[in-house]
Each structure stands twice: as structure tokens, then as C-alpha cells.
Write a protein that binds this ligand. Structure first.
Ligand SMILES: [Mg+2]
Length: 440
């Protein structure tokens, strides 16, 4: 019997704000960070890594919550944790004193995402499979038993979820072969951060086209003249046939969002992302009503706190592109229910990624969505941001504008030991050098 012996925690931060990477209308100085944990067992070869993503300060608060949740697993049998990930999830969710801090939202929920990401990584490593494959090979009943379907039954029951997953089974091998051949399409946000100069924007758009991307996203929501000029530059470089999306990162009120997006509609936009408060379901519906006549859809979800919010967005027909986040929803247990609901409502899932490690996790999620849930690539495109992948032991591989199938066992969540040494906050070697003025 293998036993969990400890939980290692690392506050990992990167100084991305120095180069305006990640800058948008609301988040101007993001230092991409991971509240990172490693589930350690008495077998050195078997461990599980996971994290949630933050943009700097507060990463330590997430780690406190991770510790409060994960420490209960010390001394547990690895096999029972891995064989029953639904039980582990329910145990974390049932801690009523910590639940009070949410429920199902905020720091404790981010921490649950981190811990369950590590549990799924451990389970996949133990099975010797990449996580996408472990999930796609699970018996539908067992998979559904691991899901959190609470508060969803008027839209999705367990029986229905089993039937939906079972229905897709016969195409599994065909779809895997197709993904091996073509990958899953992605788009780049790397060109369009708000803090980049016009010259840099133009150069990066050109490079993105050369790299095979056919979707490009720009940050908007600064002053209207800048948005107009920047979109003009992007459109002139990418030509008429490449899809162009915009992302306002929650900066507007509802009427302002409608006006501003309509003013930009002549650039032919596929979607407006996060036009307003992420919690405002009816506001998103009003914005959708205002911009759909211009051929523009509403995308949201990266700050979607839980499955219930996604349920309401779908029920209210307030979203056209469902943007799940791998570190904000509480891992596979909560993400698959959202994938199933999106399929039921016929809405494409276009996951949010970027930051540190989000692309590595999303790489598995898009494969699961296509192989086991939706069976569609059409209209779907996942975010890719080309930052910080070098710190991962098993980084995602993007080829010709598409995510490729991960091959290594696990959830691709492990960060290299030397990166942890260098960038752990506040005493990692790189942060220490900065503090001592060795780096300008
Ligand atoms: Mg966004």
C-alpha cells in the first residue's frame, strides 16, 4: 500500500509585469503566479502536482487555503484517493467551516481547484496515462460519479450525463486518430496585450499569421481611439479571412459595452470577451442582444466562479462562447459538468488559457471535450499564450495553430525543480538577485 506522506507548497511568481505581458484594461501589472502543490507519497516515483493561477499578491492567501484543504490527505492510502476522486472532491466541498468562505467561489474554491488538479495528476500518473486518456477511458458511470452535479438537476441529471458520455463512445478511437493528425485549433493572445506598442502589435500579428494562426485576439477597453487604431492595424495585417476577437476584461457597464462594441463592429469581430462583470448573467444577455445583430457573439467564463453561473449563462442565452478556466472551476469534477451543459445548449467551449500553466491543463481539457463530450471542433478554438512553458516538465506543444495530444502520464502540471528554486517567492534565487539590484 502506498501512502501520502506530505504536501509540499510553493508560492511561485514570475515578474511578467516588467514587460507588460498579460496587460489588459483592468489588470495592468500582472505577475503570473501559481499557488503550487505537490502531493508526496512514500513511493518516490509517484506524486501529484497541481496549482491554481493568480497574478501576484494573494498567491500566498491561496496557498494557505490549499494547505487547509490538502493537509487532510496526509496519511491516506493513495489507491483509494485515486480510485475515488469524486469522494476526495466531496470531502473538500463538505468542510462546512471552509465552505462558509464561499460557497463554491473565491479563494477556497481556487484552492479546491489546485488540490483536485493535483489529485487528478496523481491518478493519471498512477495509471501511467495522460489525464485526457484516463478520463476518456473511464467507464461513464464512474466518471459521472466523480462529477459535481449539485444544483444542476433541472438542466443536467446524472442519468443524462451518463447517456451523453456513452453516446460518444463509439467515435472515440476515430477522434483520437484525428487529433493525432490535426490537433485541436487554438488562437493567440500574445500579439494583443494592451501595453504593447503599435509596432510590436503589428510585428506580432504578422508573426502569428506566419505561425499558422487563423484567430487573433486583442485587448480593448482603454480609450476608444486606441481601440479603433489598434484593431485597424491588426485587421490590415491579418487580412479579411482571419477571425478577430476582442477582450475587454470586465471594464464596462452594460450600456457602455453595447455602444463600444457596436462602434468597433466594422472590424468584423467574432466575439467580445468579458464585456462586463463576470457575475452579471442578465447583463451579458442584454449585451448579447445588442451585439448579435452585428454578427458578434459574447464570450465569457474565465472568471466564472462555478458551474451554477455557467448554468445560468446558458439558461438565459447570455453566452455564445463558453470560456471555462482550468484553475477557477474546481478541476475535472466541476469542468466536465460545464462541458456537458454547453453541449446540451449547443454552445462551443473555447477555454481560457495563458497565465502560467493554464495552457498545459487546457491542452488536456480540449481533447476531453472533443473525444468524450462534444464531438465537434467546428466553432471551437482554445486560447494559447506563448509564455512560461519552458518551466514545465511536460509543456504543451502547439503546431500550426493547434494543440497536440499530450503523451506523458499526468495532467502536465509539474514545474521543473530549477524553476521552483529560481522563482519561489520571496526567497527564490531570481527574486533574491532582483532584490539585491543585480537585475535592472
Ligand atoms: Mg480574457
Amino acid at each position: 500500500m502506498e501512502t501520502i506522506t506530505s504536501i509540499e507548497l510553493v508560492d511561485l511568481r514570475f515578474p511578467t509585469s516588467e514587460s507588460s505581458d498579460g496587460s489588459d484594461a483592468v489588470n495592468k501589472d500582472a505577475d503570473y503566479s501559481a499557488a503550487y502543490l505537490r502531493i508526496v507519497t512514500d513511493n518516490d516515483a509517484l506524486y501529484g502536482c497541481g496549482f491554481t493561477f493568480t497574478i501576484g499578491r494573494g498567491n500566498d492567501i491561496c496557498l494557505e487555503a490549499v494547505d487547509a484543504l490538502a493537509s487532510r490527505f496526509i496519511g491516506r492510502d493513495v489507491a483509494s484517493l485515486c480510485d475515488e476522486p469524486g469522494e476526495a472532491y466531496r470531502e473538500l466541498a463538505a468542510d462546512s467551516q471552509l465552505r462558509w468562505l464561499g460557497p463554491d467561489k473565491g479563494v477556497v474554491h481556487l484552492a479546491r481547484a489546485a488540490v483536485m488538479n493535483a489529485v487528478w495528476d496523481l491518478a493519471a500518473r498512477r495509471a501511467g496515462l495522460p489525464l485526457w486518456q484516463l478520463i476518456c477511458e473511464m467507464d461513464p458511470e464512474a466518471l459521472v460519479d466523480s462529477l459535481d452535479l449539485s444544483y444542476l438537476s433541472e438542466v443536467l441529471t446524472a442519468d443524462e450525463a451518463v447517456a451523453m458520455l456513452r453516446e460518444q463512445r463509439s467515435w472515440r478511437d476515430e477522434r483520437i486518430a484525428e487529433l493525432r493528425e490535426c490537433g485541436f485549433p487554438c488562437y493567440t493572445t500574445s500579439a494583443g496585450w494592451l501595453g504593447y506598442s503599435d509596432e510590436k502589435l503589428e510585428r506580432l500579428c504578422r508573426e502569428a499569421m506566419q505561425q499558422g494562426y487563423r484567430h487573433i485576439k486583442l485587448k480593448v477597453g482603454a480609450n476608444p481611439d486606441d481601440d479603433e487604431r489598434r484593431l485597424g492595424i491588426a485587421r490590415s495585417v491579418i487580412g479579411p479571412d482571419t477571425s478577430l476577437m476582442i477582450d475587454a476584461n470586465q471594464i464596462w457597464d452594460v450600456p457602455e459595452a453595447i455602444d463600444r462594441v457596436r462602434e468597433l463592429a466594422h472590424h468584423r469581430l467574432l466575439w467580445i470577451e468579458e464585456p462586463t462583470s463576470p457575475d452579471d448573467v442578465l447583463g451579458h444577455r442584454a449585451i448579447a442582444d445588442g451585439v448579435r445583430p452585428e454578427g458578434i457573439g459574447v464570450a465569457t467564463g474565465e472568471h466564472g466562479m462555478n458551474r451554477v453561473l455557467f448554468k445560468q449563462l446558458l439558461q438565459a442565452d447570455a453566452v455564445d462562447f463558453v470560456q471555462i478556466d482550468s484553475c477557477r472551476l474546481a478541476s475535472i469534477n466541476e469542468i466536465i459538468p460545464v462541458l456537458l451543459m454547453a453541449r446540451k445548449y449547443g454552445k462551443p467551449v473555447c477555454p481560457h488559457a495563458g497565465g502560467v500553466g493554464l495552457c498545459e491543463l487546457v491542452n488536456h481539457l480540449v481533447m476531453i471535450d472533443y473525444i468524450a463530450v462534444s464531438g465537434q471542433v467546428e466553432g471551437r478554438v482554445a486560447e494559447f499564450v506563448d509564455h512560461l512553458h519552458e518551466h514545465f516538465v511536460d509543456p504543451c506543444v502547439v503546431k500550426d495553430g493547434a494543440y497536440t495530444l499530450p503523451k506523458a502520464p499526468g495532467y502536465s502540471a509539474e514545474i521543473k525543480a530549477e524553476s521552483l528554486d529560481a522563482w519561489s517567492w520571496p526567497d527564490g534565487t531570481e527574486w533574491t538577485r532582483r532584490r539585491h539590484g543585480e537585475i535592472a
